[in-house]
Design a protein around this ligand. Structure first.
Ligand SMILES: Cc1cc2nc3c(=O)[nH]c(=O)nc-3n(C[C@H](O)[C@H](O)[C@H](O)COP(=O)(O)O)c2cc1C
Length: 162
């Protein structure tokens, strides 16, 4: 048992990793209007009325700046066939959408083809969350399709049949 005086951030991270989650890509546009995105497993549903969802972003991530400066983003829930996208959007790249099929959502923000579901969001609010920001989005449109999910557990990406 580790108490707060002995808490090693790496151990804490490993402990957080015991919580299995799905994987999303938050897509958005940078200050030049160029499509970009970031792999995010901290996504969660939040409210039905009004329709809200949330995720957290490390304050050092580039995407943090585009979230702070922009007003819209999309959440793409990845399917079991999109592991490549999960890794691609988790590393620094000039063109994060290189080789990725996408189309423009109703809000003008990229939607990744083949995702299990996507939510188009207006930025509702951003809260401080220590070394992360907590981003709450108001869902303006969404679409879901059939398929199996991509999972994140103990730092590894896994698939499971629904
Ligand atoms: C499966 C997975 C889940 C991740 N989830 C998050 C997350 O919830 N929040 C976060 O800030 N970074 C998360 N990351 C790390 C970012 O995707 C990564 O740091 C990315 O390079 C940031 O890109 P940017 O600097 O262009 O914003 C995750 C990475 C992976 C592989």
């Amino acid at each position: 048992m580790l108490d707060t005086t002995q808490m090693d951030p790496r151990e804490l991270r490993n402990a957080f990793g015991c919580f299995a989650s799905g994987i999303t890509v938050v897509s958005l546009r940078d200050d030049q209007g160029k499509p970009t995105g970031v792999t995010v497993s901290s996504f969660s549903s939040l409210s039905l009325d009004p329709p809200l969802c949330m995720f957290s972003l490390g304050k050092t991530q580039m995407s943090c700046r585009w979230i702070e400066e922009g007003s819209r983003f999309n959440i793409n829930v990845l399917s079991h066939a999109q592991e490549k996208s999960a890794w691609q959007f988790a590393k620094p790249m000039d063109d994060k959408f290189e080789g990725i099929d996408w189309y423009e959502g109703q809000n003008g923000i990229p939607v990744i083809e083949g995702s299990l579901c996507h939510f188009e969001c207006d930025k509702w609010n951003v809260y401080d969350g220590g070394d992360h920001i907590i981003v709450v989005g108001k869902i303006t449109a969404f679409e879901r399709s059939e398929g199996d999910p991509l999972l994140f557990f103990r730092g590894k990406i896994a698939t499971v049949a629904a």
